[in-house]
Design a protein around this ligand. Sequence first.
Ligand code: ADP
Ligand code: MG
Ligand code: ZN
Length: 489
Amino acid sequence: MHGNNDSFEAVIGLEVHSQLLTKTKMFCSCPNIFGMEPNTAVCPVCLALPGVLPVINIEAVRLAVKAALALNININKKSLFARKNYFYPDLPKGYQISQYLDPVSSNGYLDIETEDASKKNKINKRIRINRLHIEEDAGKLIHIGNRSYVDLNRAGTPLVEIVSEPDIGSAAEASAYLKSLREILVYLGVSDGNMEEGSFRCDANVSVKRKGDAELGTRAEIKNVNSFKFVEKAIEYEIERQIDLILNGGKVIQETRLYDSKENITRSMRGKEEAHDYRYFEEPDLPPLILSEEFINEVKKSITELPAEKRRRYVSEYKLTEYDAEVLTQDKDIADYFEDLIKENSGRIEIKKLANWVINELLSELKLKESGERRPVDAQNFLELITAVESGSINRNTGKIVLAEMLSSGKSASEIVKEKNLAQVSDDKGLEDIVKQVVAENQKEFTDLAGGKDKLFGFFVGEIMKKTKGKANPKKANEILRKYIDENK
Ligand code: ADP
Ligand code: MG
Ligand code: ZN
């Protein structure tokens, strides 16, 4: 009756909570900012004082609809808010306002790219999304020594919860799904996607079943894992644990587990609550949320090109490699910047060269810098530098020095070149004078060179470079030295 690991398959469904980038909270006008002094971004509404009433933040609705549309989820023109009741010190109302029976959107999908079993070929897989709904966040408990403190700044922060169908088959797929989801939300300006600060968090539901079985196994839910790496590890561990348990004659029980990243294990936290434990009922203080066709269309228009489409276009339209397209589109600001360069350039320099400049020079300079500034040099200015190098008026190495200087001083390329006297010496007269000087200083070597000892050619080019502090245009220097040898044999 025993099988081995290969006779099982994993079934995973993810519930993602993502904070929305609104100025104010979901149902009050408190600022929605991370990192303020505890309990300073609060008001009677989010403190749950008696007699207050919530008001729906339309900006949060707009962002939620935007995310839903980008994830191909159907928008429900009428949706309802509901109270999810539970007791916890960070939840002053004793309930969370969420959506339950009629969410703002349901039935969508996200296409992800994963690898096949051989890990050699990329394949696309569609992960169905059950729903995206709006809710508010709870506050936060801070434990110091043997005391616990409550910070209610986060209470009432707008969230979307995005629930996948159990279509995910491995830890790697889960990670690909999360990365793609996060990328889209950040691109659209819906969320900052910050996992460390908890503005993008994920609960993973994991079960296993014998291959081919139609019925799903009993699942465990792993709560709030705060990095992509840990999500993968937690899921991998949990799959192993459940298979071992079954192979040893045990039974998986439905429960909530916590991942311990130090030990790399999951631990039982509590029995899984059922929906009825929350005593859901419709929020009596809020009207139904009714969305007009015009509102939905207006949001639709605000959706810009998504990263996956952008990557495909960079490959087909700009003829870039998959790798270049990937690097350039990872950050929307960088992609926008690259496209500004292309516009500014209007066909003069090859697009591939522009891409190389951004990837090899600009991005690596930015990595060296601490600041998070994504647009450090304006496109026109950067293009001026690229043109100067590609046309040979300064050499490539000098170009790098100029770029570093542009980033630190904010000056333009031409200013720096002029100031530091960095232009390449490529005028014939200037170079001829230098060749004459070098020959005068190395009479014997020149006689040998002119007599046919061509090995010395490199030595002379080196001397010319030294004299010009590396600014001689190497091609020009070669030509003029050759001519000089021919004329002085
Ligand atoms: P709950 O309301 O208890 O959280 P849901 O039915 O909303 O339960 O499902 C929550 C998540 O669990 C969804 O992402 C769903 O895909 C996933 N899920 C449901 N059943 C299973 C299962 N047997 N194995 C793995 N994931 C599952
Ligand atoms: Mg749930
Ligand atoms: Zn408030």
